[in-house]
Design a protein around this ligand. Structure first.
Ligand code: NAD
Length: 300
């Protein structure tokens, strides 16, 4: 697994180890933490997916590669577009080249951000894409390479487009932290929160346990597919809804500081889960209130 020391990766590592799989993690610990793997028994190989030799040696002998390593965050990609491309696009090419040599099944984590300027909702896989950030462009390049490799080299490749994934082990404490862990952390500590725009922007927040379950199902079946598959359940939750749910569960009213809307952010995002539920009949959404409770429990 690449990026296994990160948020989604470390949740997946724990689930796979619990099922007695051997897991090797390639991670440069740029946003992930070694401590996220404590007690899992997974082997950590320190290195970058931008280094083809590091990728080759890490994936040797693997039946499958879950490729999660990436430079996340839209704002960060606007600051550093070349570095984003190097890791997210070229790094993915390195992973695909290694898998082509070994014959490993590949599952790649793309992003709903590829739809970008396309405002039609809900999102279906065949809709046109128009990235509006370097992050989204790098993910679109990477998923295109993944599906092209599948086609021409007859590889088992699955591209999953994650929407906004949240849950335990998502860091609240770095500059580009996602809203749920950051707001939850601030709420627990009585700190004000900052929102960009009016807070009515919506996301299809997806609990990490649902994502992990789909990936494990795909691994079990060595499942590949000719198009990307959107991984979200069609729930439209606004940033203001997130704040309201946190206030409710914490029994407080958080102080909100309003900032200008951010460049590169899409206004609304919501999936049509028809293909997901056809291909993964066992995929299940987790109620938002239950998901928020899991984040608060973990942060506590
Ligand atoms: P994360 O930042 O917690 O995890 C990414 C991991 O990749 C980290 O452990 C980091 O150290 C590692 N990494 C970064 N650059 C690397 C490099 N050059 N070489 C090796 N390792 C490197 O992020 P996450 O939320 O767990 O995201 C996992 C994947 O899912 C990413 O590809 C991300 O783009 C994608 N995704 C996430 C979301 C979400 O809402 N969390 C949404 C859409 C797509």
């Amino acid at each position: 697994m690449t990026g296994g020391a990160g948020f989604i990766g470390s949740n997946l590592v724990r689930a796979l180890v619990g099922l007695h799989h051997k897991v090797v993690v390639l991670d440069d610990l740029s946003t992930g933490l070694e401590s996220n793997l404590d007690g899992t028994g997974a082997e950590l190989v320190l290195g970058s997916i931008a280094d083809p030799l590091a990728v080759d040696s890490a994936v040797r002998g693997a039946d499958a590669i879950v490729h999660l390593a990436a430079r996340g965050s839209v704002p960060r990609s606007i600051q550093e577009p070349e570095a984003t491309h190097l890791v997210n696009a070229t790094g993915t090419l390195n992973v695909l080249a290694a898998a082509r040599t070994t014959g490993a099944h590949v599952i790649f984590s793309s992003s709903s951000s590829v739809y970008g300027a396309n405002t039609v909702l809900p999102k279906r896989e065949e809709m046109w894409m128009q990235p509006i950030s370097p992050y989204a462009a790098s993910k679109m390049a990477a998923e295109s390479y993944a599906l092209a490799y599948r086609e021409v080299y007859d590889m088992d490749v699955l591209v999953l487009r994650f929407f906004n994934v949240y849950g335990p082990w998502q860091r609240p404490d770095h500059d580009y932290a996602a809203v749920i862990p950051r707001f939850a952390w601030n709420g627990l500590h009585g700190l004000p929160i900052e929102i960009h725009g009016d807070g009515n922007q919506t996301r299809d927040f997806t609990h990490v346990d649902s994502v992990v379950a789909v990936i494990i199902d795909a691994l079990d079946r060595r499942f590949g597919w000719q198009t990307p598959v959107n991984l979200a359940f069609g729930q439209s939750i606004s940033v203001n809804d997130v704040i309201a749910e946190l206030n409710r569960q914490l029994g407080i009213v958080m102080e909100v500081v309003s900032l200008a809307a951010r460049a590169g952010d899409v206004r609304n995002s919501m999936n049509d889960p028809a293909l997901l539920t056809e291909l993964f009949p066992q995929a299940r959404a987790i109620a938002f209130s239950e998901g928020i409770a899991s984040v608060l429990d973990w942060l506590r």
